[in-house]
Design a protein around this ligand. Structure first.
Ligand code: NAD
Length: 460
């Protein structure tokens, strides 16, 4: 595999074919059906996750450097954001282990009905490369703490950090078969997981098109349940009465250029009121220079390269198509840092984007901001809803009634008012429409990995 930093080979990774996947699933099945893991008291499972969190924390430098090398995230973010998020997630679910209970429902004097949560079984977790360990851990921690066993399939672009995590899980003492990592091409390795009759649950984060494939695999095999966290095209709506237009402009730039725009929640559509559009867009453009890309291993770099040469070409093709269709390039739009051999792209802003253009409707997954304008709240809402996605949205206004009306009206899993990318393990994360269904994070994630069982006890 090649590093996006300089296009050089950094490792070669074995690919798991269908036979290897079968072995991994059988091991997970055996560990679930006969092993100690699902039968341990929840507190004991928690102690493994606490140990794993400690080991991840102790290996933070190595994990962060590996992430930056394999997928190009700046070290300041892999070390400052991603690895700490992994540690926090394992600890948070470990703490939750014995805080969630079943129910005793209303029943007669001669019977008692118990509703218990049981681990759902063998889970296949298939994840993308943009936050390779965070996305994996959002699946692993709740699945493992409930007593499920897991086979994890990382993205082809980020196999190394997942292998390090598997090594740490084994050092933490997880019993054999409880967590297995299989690498390989999605259409081979992940497909074999999706079709495997021994898998009970698929939890997937990735593109909408591959999400559809998993629903097909399920229909063609054992009707395993499939949870989907998919793409987005999030609107960031700025009203003239926003508290602080400079703060809103800082956030608009960060919202699209953070992680090279390779974010499901990227603030990729700026919807700005016509009265302030010229001024506000100029403020955002002036901030783009701070994101001119650099070496991801340089601690000062705020934006790294794109993940692959092919992905950069596809992002550039989307920009050219928009410009040919009438959009105006305000800044960026060119590859850069050619002599590094890496896949860098200037932060890019397009205005005069028409809502019918493909760039306004489908995900780019790169550092490309599309600017659209509106005059009324109704028009803003109509533009905001005019994509197939429903992952996230933001609104900037000091008017409480506008904030309330807009946030209630938007079809999205998360709405931010006067902020962007606020998040916490206590709150669920996921989407509506073609952004998927089911929720990562929070206590609600446990629903994906548990079955409710009703037991009637009769006292004749
Ligand atoms: P992708 O869908 O191409 O790949 C994701 C995973 O699916 C990888 O592990 C890949 O190997 C596997 N895969 C690919 N083709 C497959 C097939 N035919 N059958 C089975 N598995 C297959 O996505 P990506 O390029 O890795 O990631 C980018 C996408 O992920 C974007 O659409 C982004 O919005 C989305 N994403 C969503 C969230 C969220 O929480 N909603 C978070 C991060 C990323």
């Amino acid at each position: 595999m090649l590093s996006p930093r300089d296009g050089k080979v950094i490792a070669s990774v074995d690919e798991a074919g269908p036979e290897d996947v079968d072995r991994a699933v059988r091991a997970a099945r055996l560990a679930f059906d006969e092993g100690p893991w699902p039968r341990l008291p929840a507190r004991e499972r928690a102690s493994f996750l606490f140990r794993l969190a400690d080991l991840v924390e102790a290996s933070a430098e190595e994990l962060a450097r590996t992430i930056s090398l394999e997928m190009g995230k700046p070290l300041r973010d892999s070390l400052g954001i991603e690895v700490p998020a992994v540690v926090k997630t394992f600890r948070w679910y470990a703490e939750l282990a014995d805080k969630v209970s079943g129910e005793v429902t209303q029943s007669s004097a001669s019977a008692l009905a118990l509703v218990t949560r049981e681990p759902a079984g063998v889970v296949a977790a298939v994840v993308p490369w943009n936050f390779p360990l965070t996305m994996a851990t959002w699946k692993l921690a709740p699945a493992l703490i409930t007593g499920c066993t897991v086979v994890l399939k990382p993205a082809e672009q980020s196999p190394l950090s997942a292998l390090l995590l598997a090594d740490l899980a084994s050092k933490a003492g997880l019993p054999a078969g409880v967590l297995t990592v299989v690498n390989g091409p999605g259409p081979v390795t992940a497909r074999a997981l999706g079709l495997h009759p021994g898998v009970d649950v698929v939890t997937f984060t990735g593109s909408t098109s591959v999400g559809r494939e998993f629903l097909r695999y399920s229909a063609d095999s054992n009707l395993k349940r499939v949870w989907l966290e998919l793409g987005g095209k999030s609107p960031n709506i700025v009203f003239p009465d926003a508290y602080d237009l400079d703060a809103a402009a800082d956030t608009a730039a960060w919202g699209i250029f953070f992680n090279s725009g390779e974010m499901c929640t990227a603030a990729s559509r700026l919807l700005v009121h016509r009265d302030i559009a010229d001024d506000f867009v100029a403020r955002v453009v002036s901030r783009a220079a701070a994101y001119f890309p650099g070496d991801p291993l340089d601690p000062a770099t705020r934006m790294g390269p794109l993940v692959s040469a092919a992905h950069r070409s596809s992002v550039l093709a989307r920009v050219s198509e928009a410009v040919s269709g009438g959009a105006r390039l305000l800044t960026g739009g060119r590859p850069c840092l050619h002599d590094t051999g890496g896949w860098y792209l200037e932060p890019t802003i397009l205005d005069r984007v028409d809502p019918s253009m493909p760039i306004a409707r489908s995900e780019v997954f790169g550092p490309v901001l599309s600017v659209l304008t509106f005059s009324t709240t109704a028009e803003a809402l109509s533009l905001a809803g005019d994509t197939p996605y429903g992952l996230a949205a933001a609104v900037w206004t000091r008017d409480l009634a506008t904030a309330h009306h807009v946030s209630r009206s938007l079809k999205a899993g998360t709405v931010w008012v006067n902020c962007y990318e606020e998040g916490d393990l206590t709150v669920p994360f996921g989407g509506a429409k073609l952004s998927g269904h089911g929720r990562d994070k929070s206590v609600h994630a446990l629903d994906k990995f548990t079955d409710l069982k009703t037991t009637w006890l009769a006292f004749p």
